[in-house]
Write a protein that binds this ligand. Structure first.
Ligand code: FES
Length: 157
């Protein structure tokens, strides 16, 4: 398989050596750094870290899939998280979800073709009395109405 062109192995090498002194116990922190850099865990990065730390690739994948914060597929530049928890559901989350899907032309769990947005459904964003709630990256939008969504999404390039 061809290497992912976007993975800078030199930079990864420096990170593992200088920041983590090739310590296998720092695996989760290394994966967090890789995830922060690429917005997901590229296969080539996982393979390289496994080799460098002398950890079986199968263990790498079990760690990478255990934590919900890690993703194995490329993600968009902006993460649109829409709450489908009970409190938001009774306040119209289904309409919000359908409208976002229509605007982005993707279903929940998918990324737009231009890699601008990844759309996700989440169980609860922790502000249930403010529903329906939508989060884009770190920005939380409460009491969202369907006709606000286009304007909200257009803010993110
Ligand atoms: S149920 Fe939507 S924020 Fe909690």
């Amino acid at each position: 398989m061809e290497p992912d062109n976007d993975v800078d192995l030199m930079k990864l090498d420096t990170l593992i050596e200088e920041k983590y002194q090739n310590n296998p116990e720092a695996l989760v922190m290394i994966l967090q750094d890789v995830s922060a850099e690429y917005n997901y865990l590229p296969q080539d990065a996982l393979r390289y870290v496994a080799e460098k730390l002398d950890i079986p690739l199968s263990k790498m994948y079990s760690v990478a899939t255990f934590y919900t914060a890690f993703h194995l597929e490329p993600r968009g530049r902006h993460i649109v998280s829409q709450c489908v928890g009970t409190a938001c559901h009774v306040r119209g989350a289904v309409k919000i979800k359908d409208r976002i899907s229509n605007l982005l032309t993707v279903k929940a769990g998918e990324t737009t073709g231009d890699m601008r947005y990844t759309f996700e459904s989440v169980r609860c964003l922790g502000c249930c009395s403010l529903g329906p709630v939508v989060k884009v990256d770190e920005d939380v939008y409460s009491n969202v109405e369907t006709d606000q969504l286009q304007g909200i999404l257009e803010e993110y390039h």
